[in-house]
Design a protein around this ligand. Structure first.
Ligand SMILES: Cc1ncc(COP(=O)(O)O)c(C=O)c1O
Length: 471
């Protein structure tokens, strides 16, 4: 009844049959007229008062409001459409502006992914059943440590497992307390920028280089200094730059795939010590080394505690997990943990527990070994296919590391045109030029092969051969 009376009054008011300022009959007379209790009437009127249709005047009863909420709403919406909004740039912060054009590679292939999208793992090889079993076990036995708030630095068993893995396989020298679990390396880069960079600080980045790292650094207000990459890796700037930080991908330069020589690594560490600068080492796909001995991380070579090491499970497991880690010098641990706390507190505890179990039980190492063999096979098949079908138009050389290969176009072909034609035929061709800001690169593509079966690689290469032939 109360709802019906409320609806009836609202309708009368909106139709202006009860016009603005008109007095509403007293609750007693309404109750008598309608044959309901006074409580039912006051309940309906109170609701209309709360919503602004009726105004109660002390000692004088209730009146229809002079300005009705509906009028206000429609005035607002017509204002919204009639006033031309200023561009969003003028309405958001300088930091907001600097992230506005950060690349968002999500779903760029409409959900699934097409050859030759770079740097994705083989999803179909992931031990899903096992992962689901571990998830089930963690949740069934969930304690407060899983259900409640956790340490912003991460779940302790996972931090220990990561530290053990890094010291054994990546030559990282750290205690588990220096490991901070992040939501992928992107968050690691963000936190490093937040903790170490002030607006206007000079930061050296590789050119060509990883766009999302630049985005994180720019967002912190960094002034980027682009250094070129030669056969030994990122070149140390000759000019005197008051740099606060140097961002590098020494294991497998992104996107060119060069492994930084030991000589250059030592020079870079020396440079950092001399400049009082930090080194941000992004070791995103270091697990995939197919021949030769892995070169230890920069972090492990550094006697001065100047390296912030960034790692991820996106390549070695799955990017959708959004799990990664930082290893930070002792003196920075508290600042990074505080920053992690303010940036979303911590990763999901159950996921961290599953991953730590996955590592402790040896599945992680088994998965890496299996993927290393598979990716090496895929790379060699891919290179052979390219040689057989594309040789005179696109040159693709094998690489001892990584999950992608640069492919260089023959003279006269442009990556923009080829990529456009390729997209029409179901190929994802990422131009190397995208990654170069100041130093021109040879025209070509960054080609991913790890997430495609040999059959898909073969089909993709044939389609690409067709595209290149008609151009
Ligand atoms: C150079 C580089 N760093 C890091 C990542 C991984 O990012 P995330 O851990 O945020 O998934 C990628 C992924 O493509 C990369 O290319």
């Amino acid at each position: 009844m109360q709802r019906q009376i409320y609806d009836g009054f609202k309708e009368l008011i909106l139709q202006k049959r009860y016009g603005p300022g008109m007095r509403i009959p007293s609750s007693r007379s309404l109750a008598e007229d309608l044959g309901v209790s006074r409580n039912t009437i006051t309940g309906a009127l109170d609701q209309l008062i709360a919503e602004g249709y009726i105004e109660a005047r002390v000692g004088a009863g209730a009146y229809v409001a002079r300005e009705l909420p509906q009028d206000l709403l429609s005035a607002e919406s017509s204002k919204r459409t009639s006033i031309r909004r200023p561009k969003v740039e003028s309405r958001i912060s300088a930091r907001g502006k600097s992230v506005l054009h950060a690349p968002n590679t999500f779903g760029s292939d409409g959900g699934g992914h097409l050859p030759f999208r770079p740097s994705l793992p083989a999803y179909d090889q992931f031990p899903l059943e096992l992962w689901a079993r571990l998830q089930g076990r963690v949740w069934r036995r969930a304690t407060a440590a899983i259900m409640g708030y956790g340490n912003a630095a991460g779940y302790t068993p996972l931090r220990r497992a990561v530290a053990a893995y890094l010291s054994e396989y990546r030559g990282v020298r750290c205690t588990w307390e220096q490991v901070i679990i992040t939501s992928g390396s992107q968050q690691g880069l963000d936190l490093a920028a937040l903790v170490l960079i002030d607006a206007g600080d000079a930061v050296v980045v590789e050119d060509p280089g990883y766009l999302s790292a630049r985005a994180a650094l720019r967002a912190a207000g960094a002034k980027l200094f682009y250094t070129r990459v030669d056969a030994e890796g990122a070149v140390l700037p000759k000019e005197k730059i008051p740099a606060r930080l140097f961002y590098v991908t020494p294991s497998h330069q992104y996107p060119l795939g060069i492994t930084m020589s030991l000589k250059r690594r030592l020079e870079l560490l020396e440079w950092a010590a001399q400049h009082g600068a930090w080194v941000l080492e992004d070791d995103y796909d270091a697990e995939f080394r197919y021949s030769g001995r892995p070169i230890p991380s920069l972090q492990g070579l550094d006697p001065n505690g100047r390296v912030i090491y960034v790692g991820t499970f996106s390549k070695v497991l799955l990017p959708g997990l959004r799990l990664g880690y930082l290893v930070v010098p002792d003196e920075l641990v508290d600042a990074f943990v505080a920053a992690r706390m303010s940036a979303g507190r911590h990763c999901q505890m159950a996921d961290q527990a599953v991953l730590s179990q996955f590592i402790e039980d040896g599945h992680f190492y088994r998965h890496i070994r299996r993927m290393r063999v598979l990716y090496a096979e895929r790379q060699s098949a891919f290179v052979k296919l390219c040689e057989a079908h594309l040789a005179d138009r696109l040159s693709v050389d094998p690489s001892p590391a990584g999950m992608h290969l640069p492919g260089y176009l023959a003279k006269g072909l442009s990556s923009e045109t080829v990529a456009k034609k390729g997209a029409e035929r179901g190929l994802t061709l990422v131009s190397l030029k995208r990654f170069a800001e100041r130093h021109p690169v040879r025209d070509g593509f960054l080609l991913g092969y790890t997430s495609f079966s040999q059959r898909r690689l073969a089909d993709g290469v044939k389609v690409l051969a067709g595209v290149l032939k008609v151009l």
